[in-house]
Design a binder for this molecule. Structure first.
Ligand code: ACO
Length: 373
């Protein structure tokens, strides 16, 4: 049983106008727009704009944002020189953490902390992170780099840089929706980490680096990779139930289930389940989807838990041909939109984040000289 304050459950850590969740009702809003409405209508670029400006863009504003994203996709030379070494030696999230941190070195806005400079840095981070992930993947596979195409959307361009082929409309649309669904989620661990860092008035690259470090863990963004490992181990749908029952009997968690805030259905999982089913049909291979469904049924029967965003994201990414160990970096390429919006919101009305504690150590005592210990 968690002690009082453990995991800061129920603690309001910041006021935000960016997103809101009602965990009991299973609803998520970005700036007042229901995620279901956004999933049906918004593009990821519109979502980035919404999170940063708290309004939907008109055509001109959207056009400007797309141009800026298209212009800023190439990593600077300093980072390009680091990438081969990182690709040979680092796991994907460690590469991303280091490369994003290093990106500050040659940022055209340098150390400037004005509102305008921080917005430009934010969009630059959104633009460059997918390129870092795609270049990393191609470098480690000894493949020629595919330079970004400024005319493609964030979603289509990422799949293009990763695979070397322009995605068809279905894949581009589905991946775009994945990016929209992952873009923000109130005071999750990585966003909180970003805000804690920003609240010291550290720079936006440092705050984003802190967020990536927090997202990396298997209890947060790293869960999607673990889900795919589980699906791969299960291999066939009829083996799923026994596999999950054994896992639960061993008191192991089933990754991709449970949530601190949602106690019922995560609305993002509903869309991801639908996309997984659609991609299974398109691929003519239902294995990932059917195993996922069996896992979902078993975890619900045994524990009453529902899938979170990471669960069906795994099979969707698998069907899109994304290698399992870059699932979490892909998540980061979307969530950077929310992180940077939260960092700018924190700067705009800042107070150092410094929570209190409950001391559980020994009572005050006298120093013991070393020869008496
Ligand atoms: N599998 C099995 N049991 C679970 C799971 C799970 N995935 N999640 C929660 N439970 C059980 C716990 O064992 C606990 O049971 P107990 O009271 O008998 O000890 C109870 O449900 C409450 O779980 P906590 O871990 O205390 O819940 P908390 O709010 O601290 O953690 C978390 C939430 C970390 C998401 C948790 O559900 C979990 O570890 N899930 C698996 C990892 C995962 O999918 N993470 C991604 C979350 S979404 C995201 O970050 C993008």
């Amino acid at each position: 049983m968690a002690g009082p304050g453990k995991g800061l459950e129920g603690v309001v850590a910041a006021e935000t106008a960016i997103s809101d969740i009602d965990g009991k009702e299973g609803v998520l809003f970005y700036v007042g727009y229901d995620i279901h409405d956004l999933a049906e209508h918004a593009t990821f670029e519109e979502t980035i704009y919404l999170l940063h400006h708290l309004e939907l863009p008109n055509e001109q504003q959207l056009g400007e944002l797309k141009d800026q994203l298209g212009r800023e996709r190439e990593p600077n030379q300093f980072v390009m020189d680091l990438l081969p070494g990182l690709s040979a030696n680092e796991r994907p999230m460690s590469m991303l953490r280091t490369a994003v941190s290093a990106s500050s070195a040659k940022d055209p806005d340098g150390d400037e902390m004005s509102e305008a400079a921080n917005y430009r840095k934010a969009i630059r981070l959104c633009a460059v992170m997918p390129t870092l992930v795609a270049y990393y993947d191609r470098l480690r596979n000894d493949e020629k780099l595919v330079t970004p195409d400024p005319n493609l959307t964030q979603a289509a361009n990422f799949l293009y840089m990763l695979t070397g082929d322009k995605p068809d409309d279905d894949h581009a649309r589905i991946f775009d929706l994945c990016l929209t669904l992952h873009a923000d989620h109130t005071m999750n661990a990585s966003t909180f980490a970003a805000r804690v860092c920003a609240a010291t008035l550290s720079d936006i690259h440092s705050a984003t680096t802190a967020a990536i470090a927090a997202l990396k863990g298997p209890l947060h963004g790293g869960a999607n990779e673990q889900v795919m490992k589980m699906i791969t181990e299960i291999k066939e749908p009829p083996k799923a139930r026994a596999y999950i029952q054994k896992r639960l009997a061993n008191k192991e968690k089933v990754m991709g289930f449970g949530h601190r805030v949602y106690k019922g259905v995560d609305p993002r999982a509903t869309w991801l389940r639908r996309m997984s089913s659609e991609l299974a049909e398109k691929a003519g291979d239902g294995t990932f989807f059917e195993i996922s469904q069996e896992i979902e049924k078993t975890v619900h029967d045994e524990k009453g838990l529902y899938p979170n965003v990471d669960f069906y994201a795994a099979s969707v990414y698998g069907y899109l041909g994304i290698t399992t160990d870059i699932f979490t970096p892909v998540f980061a390429c979307s969530r950077v939109a929310g992180w940077t919006a939260h960092v700018r919101e924190q700067y705009a009305d800042n107070r150092l984040i410094r929570p209190d504690h409950a001391y559980v150590g020994p009572d005050p005592r006298k120093w013991t000289p070393i020869n008496e210990r």
